[in-house]
Write a protein of this length. Structure first.
Lengths: 851, 462
C-alpha cells in the first residue's frame, strides 16, 4: 500500500505508547525527518523516559520544527500527540510557516500496547498511563479535520500499518519548478479582449477556437483579474479557459476573479468595481456557468517556476510564502498586504511588500496599477492599468523584456490616478536610503569571479564608520579599486624590488603576455563622469544634476573644493567628447581609474607632518653630528684608539646626510604648487565601466589606447603614460623592459606596474594577481625611510611576507569588478554597496602598509 | 639624536670626572634601541665639550614587539625618531651618564654641587611655540632657539616643529641633566615605551627640588606622562597635594578648544537632559551618543525605562561603556543599551522611540548627506519628539582665538547661523509632519545670539 502526503507537510503521529509509531516512522521516513519527543527528552536530560522534563523537551522540539519548516523541510513529529492542546500548538507552528498539517492515527488495541510496553524494561511507567492515553484517544480524535488537519490517515491494526510499504511525497499544486517556460506573462486584463488579442499577436501567438498557440511553444501566464471593468470579460474567460485546458496557458486567480466566483456560487456580493459590467456582459453573451465555476475554482493561488527562479502571483508574494500552501498564502496572493487603513481616495492602503523583498526568485505580479512596469528588488508589477486607459503589458521570460499595448479607450475611471514613477524609477526611489539590515553581520558575497568572498563583521563595522563619516554619496560609489601587491623581493645586492621578480611571478602563473605601465606618483582617484549633468539624476538617482564625482581609493571626495572637481570633470567630459569615446561606447557616463597628480595636492598634511619633517630633522641632525665628529677628529687630545672609533662614525654620518638629501629629492619629484587647473594632471589607466557593462573583458591594450587618445586630445591635463607590451617568453624583450624600468626610475620615476595583458587573467591555480608593482630604488626611500638601503637594513627589510597582501588584492579586485557588473546590470544599490563596503572592510585588515 | 654639553668654567676638563668619561677616549655603549657614543670634540682647560650621540635603529623600531603589538606611531620607517631629541635621549642619558645624572662623583665629590658655566646644545628638538622658553627660562637658563626650515623647496608649506636649542646657565651638571631628562620627553610628542605607574616615581625622583615650584609643572607632568590623566593627577597630587578635580572636568579636553572656557557642552547636555525628562518618555534614543555623557545623565537623573545610545565610532562606544559602568548597577541594568550604527542608513533599531536626541551631530555630516539623516530620523525612525542641537556660527565672532572663516572643530563640515538652522528645520518639519520650536543654549549675546542652538521637533500626525 502507498501512502500519499503533500511534499511540504508537518506530519503528526498520533497514538499511545507502544502503538508502534516510532517503528513505523523509522521504516518509512528519513531519520532526520523525524523529530521525536523522547529523543528531545534524552537530549535535555540524558533520559528518554524522564516525564518530568516534558516542558523542556517540547520547547526543544518546537524549536527544531521552526528551523525545519522555515527551510521548507518535510517533518514528522513522533510523540503521542493525544492531547488536543498539544496538537493545537503544532498546528499553529505549521500555520506560521504555511505548511500543511497531516495526521497519522495509530489506533490499535490496548492489549497489544500493554504487551509491547511490558517487553521494554526502560518503559517503567505503569499500565495506568497507557490506559489514560487510550481514553484520550477515544475522546479526542473526532475533530481532527476541524483542528486543521487536511490529511488524516487511520491505522486500526498492526497489519494495516505493516501494509504501508511506501510514502509518496506529492508536489504542491503551486510547484511547477520543473517548468522553465519560455513564458509571456500577461498583466491584469480586466475584460480588455481586443488589447489582449493585439498584444499576444505582437508576441507571436495565434488563436484558434479560443486556444492560443505559439510557433516556438511559448505559453501565456495570466497574473489574474481577467474580469470586470473592461468591455469583454466573456471572451477573455473563453480564451483563458480553453488555453489553460489545452495547456498553452497558465492562470493564477485575481481578487476580481475570486469575487466573480463567489457571485457565480450564489453568494451575496456587492456588484461594485466593475462586477456589474461582467454580469451584464455574461447575460448578453452567456458562457457555461458550470465550466466557469470549475475553471475559477481550480485556479491555484500562485506558481513557482523554473527551479524556483520565477514566481507568479496576482498581488505578489513574500519569500517566506513562496511555494507554500495555507489560507494566508492564498489571501496574500489575491489581495496583498494592507495596513487596515484607507488612503486619501478611500482605497485600502497597501503595504509595499516589494520594498522589503530580498528573495532570489523574480516575482511577477499585478493588482496595483502603475503607469509603467514597476521593477523593484527583483519583483516586477506588470499591471499598467489597461482598463483605466493605460496599457496591457506582458513580460517575456526568461528574456525579462516587457511588451505593452495601449488601451483603445478608457473603460473605467481609476479612483486614484495611475502612479507615475517614471521621473525616478521605483528602484531609484527605494535606493535613496540603504538599509543597515542588508549590510551588517558576517557576510558571504557571491561574485562572478569567486563563488563566495567572506567579510568579517568587525571589518564591516569599521568600514561603516568610514563610509558614514567620510565617503561620497553611496549612489556614486560604484567601485573601489583593489590594493596592489609589490613584486617578490629581490635578492640582488642593493635592491629591494626589481622587475625580474614581477616577470617571474607571471611566468610561474602561466601568464606570458604582460603589459608594463609607468606608475605615476600621485594619489589614486576614481572618476565617475557624466556626458550631461542630468545623467546624475537619471542614471545615478541623485537629487541634483552634477557632472560627476572624483573620489579616493577609500571613497572620500578627492577635493574639498567642488569647483576644482567640476572644472576637472568638465575638461574630462570635453576630452571624451572630442576623442569620440562617448559615442564609441554609446554611453552617458564613464567610470575610470586614474592617478591624480601632484601627490602634494592630496597628501599635503602627510608631506608636511611626516615626509618633509623627517627630511628637516634628519638633515639638521646629520649636519650637527658630522660637524661634531669632524671637530673631534681634528683635535689633538684624543687617543688614536678613540679616533679609530670615531672615523667610521663620521663616515656614517656623512652618508646619512647624503641619503637624507636623496630622500628629500625623491619626494620633491612628486610635489608642486597647484594654482590653476592646468597644474593638475590626471593619468587614467582603466576605463572601468560605462552604460551597458564593465570593460573588464577588454585587455589592457584597449585601455591604454583609450588613455592615449585622451592624452592626444588634451595633453595639458592628461600626461603621457609610457607603457609597453612584453612577451615573457622572449628574454630580450624582458631585458629591454627591465632596462626601460631602470632608466625611468633612475630619473625619479616611481616605478612600473606589471599586468597580465588580459584584465582578468587566470592561471592553473586560479585567478592571477591583476597587477603587481615594481618600485624604483629612490622612490622606496619614501616608503622605507631615508636610510633603508644600508646593507644591514636592506637585509632585514627583505623579510616581508606578501601572502596576505596578495590575498587581499585578489579579493578586493573580485569585489570591485562585481560592484561594476552589478551596477551596470542595474541591480539594486544595496547589492552594489555591499561590494564596495566589503572592499573597504578588507582595507581594515591589518597588513603591512608599506607593501 | 645629539646632545652636546660644554663647560666653560676654569679647569673645564673636570667635566670628564663629572661625566665619569675620560676626555681622551671614545665611549660606545649598546642600547636596546641602538647605540650611544660619548666623545669630546674639545677638551681644553678653558673649554671642554662632551657629545652624546645616539643612533636609533629605524628598522629595529618598526619591527620591535612594541610597534607590532601596540602599533603606535613608532611603527613607521619614515620617522623622525632617529633624529629628534626624545625619550630615547633620556634613556641614553640615564644609561650612559647615570652616575652624573644621579649626582655622584666618587673621585671628586666636591664637584657635584658646584655650579658650572654650562652650555647644552640640542640640534633638533621639537616643541610647540614658546614652549622652550616657558620650560627652561624659569629654571635659570638663557634660552636661544632657531626654528629649522621645513623644506626650502616649498616656501608655501607650513613651518617645521623642530628647533635648534641652546641653553646656558651657571648650574651644577647633575641638575642640567635632570632638567633635560624630564623636559625632553615632555617636549616631544611620543614616548617609545608604555607609560605606566612606575613613570611617576622616575619623574618625581628626577624632578625633586625643582619641578614642584616650576610654574609649568602641570603641563610638564601631563606631557611627560603623555596625557594619561589618572597618572598625571596622581603625580601632581604627590608633587603638591591639592583638592581632587571633579570628574566632569576630566573630559573637558574632548570639547572643541575654543568652547572650553565656558564649558558649553555641559550646559548643552544639562538642558537637553532636562527637556527630555520633561517629556516623560517611555523610551529615548541618543543618536550620535559619543562617549555617553547624555546617556549617563539620563540614567542618573531620570526614571525613563528604555534608554538607547547609538554612535558610529566603536572607540567612542567603548569609552561610553566604561562611563556607564561607573553608574550603580541598579540604576542602569535593564534600562540602557548602546550600539554601533549610522545615521545615513535606515535602521530598524531606531524605530519605536518616543524621543530622539541629536546633540552636536548634524554638523559632522557633509551637507549633501543631510538628506539621508533626515530620511533616517524623521521619515523612517519618526520618534514623537526630536531634539537637535548645533553650534550657532554667528557666535564664533566672539571666540578670540578663531580665525574668521574657521569652524569650532576640525571635523565640523559646516556651522550654521540661526537663520540657516531655522530654514533647514522648518523645511524638515514641514516635509515630515512635525512642528518645530527653538531655544538658545548658553549665554545669549545681544547681537550674535547664543553659542549653541536647539530645535525641538514634535510630531503632529498619527
Amino acid at each position: 500500500m502507498t501512502l500519499r502526503l503533500p511534499e511540504l507537510s508537518l506530519v503528526l503521529l498520533i497514538g499511545p505508547s507502544g502503538s508502534g509509531k516510532s517503528t513505523f516512522a523509522r521504516r518509512l521516513f528519513k531519520p532526520t525527518e523525524v523529530v521525536s519527543s523522547d529523543v528531545c527528552r534524552g537530549m535535555v536530560s540524558d533520559d528518554e523516559n524522564d516525564q518530568s522534563v516534558t516542558p523542556q523537551a517540547f520547547e526543544l522540539l518546537h524549536f527544531i520544527l521552526r528551523q525545519r519548516l522555515a527551510l521548507a523541510r518535510f517533518t514528522v513529529v513522533d510523540a503521542t500527540n493525544l492531547n488536543p492542546e498539544d496538537r493545537a500548538k503544532l498546528v499553529a507552528i505549521a500555520r506560521e510557516f504555511h505548511v500543511l498539517p497531516a495526521a497519522l492515527v495509530f489506533k490499535i488495541d490496548e492489549k497489544t500496547c500493554h504487551e509491547r510496553n511490558a517487553l521494554r524494561p526502560d518503559r517503567d511507567f505503569g499500565p495506568h498511563v497507557v490506559k489514560r492515553q487510550f481514553a484520550q484517544l477515544r475522546r479526542g480524535l473526532r475533530g481532527l479535520k476541524r483542528e486543521g488537519f487536511r490529511n488524516v490517515v487511520h491505522f486500526r491494526s498492526p497489519e494495516e500499518m505493516d501494509a504501508v510499504d511506501e510514502v509518496i511525497r506529492e508536489p504542491l499544486w503551486n510547484n511547477r519548478k520543473g517548468d522553465s517556460g519560455p513564458f509571456d506573462i500577461v498583466g491584469d486584463v480586466h475584460g480588455c479582449y481586443e488589447e489582449l488579442r493585439t498584444l499576444i499577436g505582437k508576441l507571436g501567438y495565434t488563436v484558434a477556437d479560443h486556444v492560443v498557440s505559439h510557433p516556438e511553444g511559448r505559453r501565456l501566464v495570466f497574473v489574474g483579474d481577467l474580469v470586470d471593468r473592461g468591455p469583454d470579460s466573456p471572451d477573455v474567460l473563453r480564451l483563458a479557459m480553453a488555453s489553460v485546458k489545452a495547456g498553452t496557458a497558465i492562470c493564477v486567480p485575481g481578487n476580481h476573479d475570486a469575487k466573480f466566483l463567489r457571485w457565480l456560487n450564489g453568494k451575496k456580493v456587492q456588484p461594485t468595481h466593475g462586477l456589474a459590467e461582467t454580469i451584464a456582459q455574461l447575460e448578453a453573451d452567456p458562457v457555461d456557468r458550470d465550466e466557469l465555476r470549475g475553471f475559477l475554482d481550480g485556479l491555484v493561488s500562485h506558481y513557482v517556476f523554473d527551479h524556483g527562479k520565477l514566481v507568479v502571483a496576482h498581488a505578489g508574494l513574500k519569500e517566506s510564502m513562496q511555494g507554500r500552501g495555507s489560507g494566508k498564502v492564498r489571501e496574500f496572493c489575491l489581495y496583498g498586504e494592507t495596513t487596515g487603513e484607507r488612503d486619501e481616495y478611500g482605497l485600502p492602503e497597501r503595504l509595499d511588500w516589494a520594498r522589503d523583498y530580498r528573495g532570489k526568485a523574480l516575482v511577477v505580479y499585478g493588482h496595483t496599477p502603475f503607469a509603467e512596469p514597476r521593477w523593484l528588488n527583483n519583483t516586477v508589477n506588470i499591471d499598467t492599468g489597461c482598463c483605466f486607459g493605460g496599457e496591457l503589458t506582458a513580460l517575456r521570460y526568461p528574456e525579462q523584456e516587457t511588451v505593452s499595448e495601449p488601451a483603445l479607450q478608457t473603460y473605467a475611471e481609476a479612483v486614484r490616478p495611475l502612479r507615475d514613477e517614471s521621473a525616478a524609477s521605483a528602484q531609484a526611489e527605494h535606493d535613496r536610503l540603504l538599509d543597515l539590515d542588508d549590510l551588517l553581520g558576517r557576510r558571504q558575497i557571491h561574485t562572478s569571479l569567486r563563488p563566495a568572498v567572506s567579510v568579517r563583521e568587525e571589518n564591516v563595522l569599521a568600514a561603516l564608520e568610514v563610509m558614514s563619516r567620510f565617503a561620497v554619496d553611496p549612489r556614486w560609489l560604484i567601485h573601489l579599486p583593489p590594493t596592489m601587491s609589490p613584486c617578490g623581493t629581490s635578492s640582488r645586492e642593493g635592491w629591494l624590488e626589481r622587475p625580474e621578480e614581477a616577470f617571474d611571478y607571471y611566468r610561474q602563473q602561466g601568464v606570458m603576455q604582460v603589459v608594463c605601465e609607468e606608475k605615476h606618483m600621485g594619489s589614486r582617484a576614481i572618476a565617475v563622469v557624466c556626458r550631461e549633468p542630468s545623467v546624475a539624476v537619471t542614471r545615478f538617482g541623485l537629487k541634483q544634476e552634477r557632472r560627476g564625482v572624483i573620489y579616493t581609493r577609500t571613497g572620500r571626495p578627492f577635493f574639498s573644493d567642488s569647483s576644482i572637481e567640476s572644472g576637472l570633470l568638465d575638461r574630462l567630459a570635453t576630452a571624451l567628447e572630442r576623442a569620440g569615446i562617448w559615442d564609441e561606447l554609446d554611453t552617458g557616463w564613464l567610470c575610470l581609474d586614474a592617478e591624480l597628480m601632484p601627490w602634494s595636492v592630496k597628501a599635503r598634511d602627510l608631506l608636511e607632518c611626516q615626509y618633509a619633517a623627517v627630511g628637516a630633522a634628519g638633515g639638521a641632525h646629520a649636519a650637527a653630528a658630522s660637524a661634531a665628529f669632524q671637530s673631534a677628529l681634528g683635535s689633538d687630545h684624543l687617543e688614536a684608539e678613540a679616533k679609530a672609533m670615531l672615523e667610521p662614525l663620521l663616515e656614517r654620518s656623512l652618508s646619512r646626510g647624503t641619503m637624507i638629501e636623496h630622500y628629500r629629492g625623491a619626494y620633491r619629484h612628486y610635489c608642486w604648487d597647484v594654482v590653476e587647473l592646468d597644474d593638475l594632471k590626471l593619468a587614467p589607466f582603466h576605463f572601468l565601466a560605462s552604460e551597458g557593462g564593465s570593460h573588464v573583458k577588454r585587455d589592457h591594450i584597449w585601455h591604454m589606447a583609450l588613455a592615449e587618445r585622451l592624452q592626444a586630445t588634451d595633453p595639458a591635463l592628461f600626461p603621457a603614460t609610457r607603457w609597453r607590451e612584453v612577451d615573457l617568453t622572449d628574454e630580450e624583450a624582458a631585458a629591454a623592459a627591465i632596462a626601460w624600468w631602470e632608466e625611468m626610475t633612475s630619473a625619479g620615476g616611481e616605478g612600473m606596474v606589471v599586468k597580465p595583458r588580459d584584465f582578468i587573467a587566470t592561471g592553473p591555480r586560479g585567478l592571477v594577481q591583476p597587477a603587481v608593482k615594481c618600485r624604483g630604488r629612490e622612490y622606496l626611500s619614501i616608503i622605507y625611510g631615508p636610510e633603508y638601503d644600508r646593507p644591514e637594513n636592506l637585509e632585514r627589510l627583505r623579510q616581508r611576507g606578501l601572502g596576505h597582501k596578495r590575498s587581499m588584492a585578489e579579493r578586493e579586485f573580485v569585489l570591485g569588478v562585481e560592484a561594476l557588473d552589478r551596477f551596470t546590470a542595474r541591480r539594486p544599490l544595496r547589492e552594489v554597496h555591499e561590494c564596495v563596503l566589503a572592499v573597504l572592510a578588507m582595507e581594515s585588515e591589518p597588513v603591512d602598509p608599506r607593501l | 639624536m645629539l646632545l652636546s654639553i660644554t663647560n666653560r668654567t676654569p679647569d673645564a676638563t673636570d667635566l670628564g670626572h663629572l661625566l665619569h668619561k675620560h676626555p681622551a677616549r671614545c665611549h660606545g655603549v649598546e642600547l636596546a634601541f641602538g647605540t650611544g657614543t660619548v666623545f669630546y670634540p674639545v677638551a681644553r682647560a678653558e673649554e671642554c665639550t662632551a657629545v652624546l650621540a645616539v643612533e636609533v635603529d629605524p628598522v629595529g623600531l618598526v619591527r620591535s614587539e612594541g610597534a607590532r603589538n601596540g602599533g603606535w606611531a613608532l611603527g613607521r620607517y619614515v620617522n623622525d625618531r632617529p633624529y629628534t631629541a626624545s625619550s630615547f635621549l633620556s634613556v641614553a642619558i640615564s644609561r650612559i651618564l647615570g652616575t652624573a645624572l644621579n649626582g655622584r662623583c666618587p673621585k671628586r665629590p666636591e664637584l657635584v654641587d658646584r655650579p658650572l658655566e654650562l652650555e647644552a646644545k640640542l640640534p633638533v628638538v621639537q616643541a610647540p611655540d614658546g614652549m622652550l622658553e616657558r620650560l627652561f627660562a624659569p629654571l635659570g637658563y638663557t634660552v636661544t632657539s632657531h626654528r629649522l626650515p621645513l623644506d626650502p623647496a616649498f616656501p608655501a608649506w607650513s613651518e617645521s616643529r623642530y628647533h635648534e636649542l641652546t641653553l646656558r646657565a651657571q648650574i651644577p651638571l647633575h641638575l642640567l641633566l635632570k632638567h633635560l631628562f624630564v623636559l625632553i620627553p615632555a617636549l616631544d610628542r611620543e614616548k617609545h615605551y608604555w607609560v605606566g605607574r612606575e613613570e611617576i616615581d622616575k619623574l618625581l625622583a628626577k624632578g625633586e627640588g625643582w619641578l614642584g615650584d616650576h610654574p609649568e609643572r602641570e603641563s610638564i607632568v601631563r606631557r611627560y606622562l603623555k596625557y594619561q590623566k589618572r597618572l598625571a593627577r596622581e603625580a601632581l597630587e604627590r608633587l603638591a597635594p591639592e583638592p581632587d578635580d571633579d570628574e566632569e572636568e576630566e573630559a573637558a579636553g574632548k570639547e572643541p578648544e575654543v568652547e572650553r572656557k565656558i564649558s558649553l557642552h555641559e550646559v548643552r547636555l544639562d538642558r537637553v537632559a532636562e527637556c527630555i525628562a520633561a517629556c516623560d518618555p517611555k523610551s529615548v534614543i541618543d543618536l550620535g551618543c559619543g562617549e555617553g555623557k547624555l546617556v549617563a545623565r539620563l540614567l542618573r537623573q531620570t526614571r525613563i525605562p528604555v534608554i538607547r545610545g547609538m554612535d558610529i565610532s566603536s572607540r567612542a562606544l567603548e569609552i561610553a561603556d566604561e562611563r556607564l559602568e561607573r553608574i550603580p548597577a541598579a540604576r542602569r541594568e535593564g534600562r540602557v543599551k548602546l550600539f554601533l550604527g549610522s545615521l545615513i542608513y535606515r535602521d530598524s533599531r531606531l524605530t519605536g522611540h518616543d524621543v530622539a536626541a541629536l546633540v552636536e551631530v548634524i554638523e559632522h555630516l557633509d551637507p549633501d548627506r543631510l538628506d539621508s539623516l533626515e530620511q533616517v530620523v524623521f521619515a523612517s525612525a519618526a520618534p514623537g519628539r526630536v531634539f537637535v542641537t548645533t553650534p550657532n556660527r554667528e557666535y564664533n565672532a566672539l571666540f578670540e582665538a578663531m580665525k574668521p572663516s574657521a569652524l569650532r572643530h576640525s571635523d565640523h563640515r559646516f556651522e550654521w547661523t540661526r537663520a540657516e538652522f531655522r530654514n533647514w528645520a522648518e523645511r524638515v518639519a514641514a516635509d515630515h509632519g512635525y512642528a518645530v520650536s527653538y531655544e538658545g543654549l548658553g549665554e545669549e549675546h545681544p547681537e550674535h545670539g547664543p553659542p549653541s542652538q536647539m530645535a525641538v521637533f514634535t510630531r503632529t500626525f498619527r
